[in-house]
Design a protein around this ligand. Structure first.
Ligand SMILES: Nc1ncnc2c1ncn2[C@@H]1O[C@H](COP(=O)(O)OP(=O)(O)OP(=O)(O)O)[C@@H](O)[C@H]1O
Length: 265
């Protein structure tokens, strides 16, 4: 199968939230991503899977221009958000990263209070006109991230003093607070224990439909549990992309079959 065709075929009826066409990424002379084309649907969770070093994180980071922060990285090809070229010189990158939020492998709350972790983004984006409105954004974001009941009586405690799982949900709440359209998650559970992982997976289910979600995961069971679309990457290429149930039960490509049956990776 041609990777481009596979990417296009898996788009949903509502049309893609983001599109990537012939995206190639180099770090210096080394090619990490090779002509990847894919559509990210609006209303489902998309999982990126593949063996270590295949380029999942690199590709994820092209979707909100996080690779701009890596001096040696060079991105070619076209990526759009609602049809708009995100690499256009007119694109405000701060605004883009609010619209396309990111949650990292290791929870990284600011060394500030729980309240301030959430309020920081809305404040710099001017989303609240006063304290009452900010309080409401903080509460709504924490509720949506399934954290409100656990923290409502200690909003002034430090975000870094929470458990790892709570910190990760705080980071998700922080991304939600600026009203994103897409949330990118780069192995969000790899530093968490099974109970905290289950809570994040539950949360992903609850957030589905409200945001386009893309998750990079090493864990195939997790991809099968949380996603409706799966993209399999190998050696910088998008090998196969489709319905998660199809990818796991009836992969079309030999390389996908080998990976999901544990032959490598
Ligand atoms: N900042 C960087 N500078 C140079 N090379 C990099 C950089 N980041 C990633 N790479 C290289 O690009 C390739 C793809 O890496 P990437 O982290 O995107 O893969 P991955 O599939 O997400 O891997 P993992 O699952 O291990 O996180 C690898 O060969 C990696 O060594």
């Amino acid at each position: 199968m041609d990777a481009t065709t596979g990417g296009l075929a898996a788009a949903t009826a509502t049309g893609p939230k983001m599109t990537a066409r012939d995206v190639t990424v180099h770090y210096g002379p080394k090619k990490a991503i090779d002509k990847v084309s894919i559509d990210v649907p609006t209303d489902v969770v998309t999982a990126f899977i593949g063996p270590s070093g295949c380029g999942k994180s690199t590709f994820l980071r092209t979707l909100n221009r996080m690779n701009d922060t890596v001096a040696s990285a060079r991105v070619e090809g076209d990526i759009t958000l609602d049809g708009e070229d995100i690499y256009a010189t007119s694109m405000d990158v701060v605004q883009l990263r609010a619209r396309v939020g990111m949650v990292f492998q290791k929870p990284n709350p600011f060394p500030k209070s729980i309240y301030e972790n959430i309020a920081y983004g809305p404040r710099i984006h001017g989303l609240a006109s006063g304290k009452d409105e900010m309080d409401q954004i903080v509460e709504n974001s924490l509720r949506r991230a399934g954290l409100w009941d656990e923290v409502k009586d200690r909003l002034s405690d430090s975000g870094t003093a929470m458990s790892g799982g709570q910190q990760q949900r705080l980071c998700i709440a922080r991304a939600i607070a600026v009203d994103p359209e897409v949330i990118l998650m780069d192995e969000p559970c790899s530093a968490l224990d099974p109970i905290a992982t289950a809570k994040i997976e539950e949360l992903i289910h609850e957030l589905r439909g409200r945001y386009a979600i893309v998750i990079v995961t090493h864990n195939m069971q997790q991809a099968a549990r949380v996603s409706q679309r799966t993209a399999f990457f190998h050696l910088g290429q998008l090998v196969e992309y489709g319905e998660t149930s199809e990818i796991f039960t009836n992969p079309r490509q030999e390389r996908t079959k080998d990976y999901i049956t544990g032959r490598y990776g």
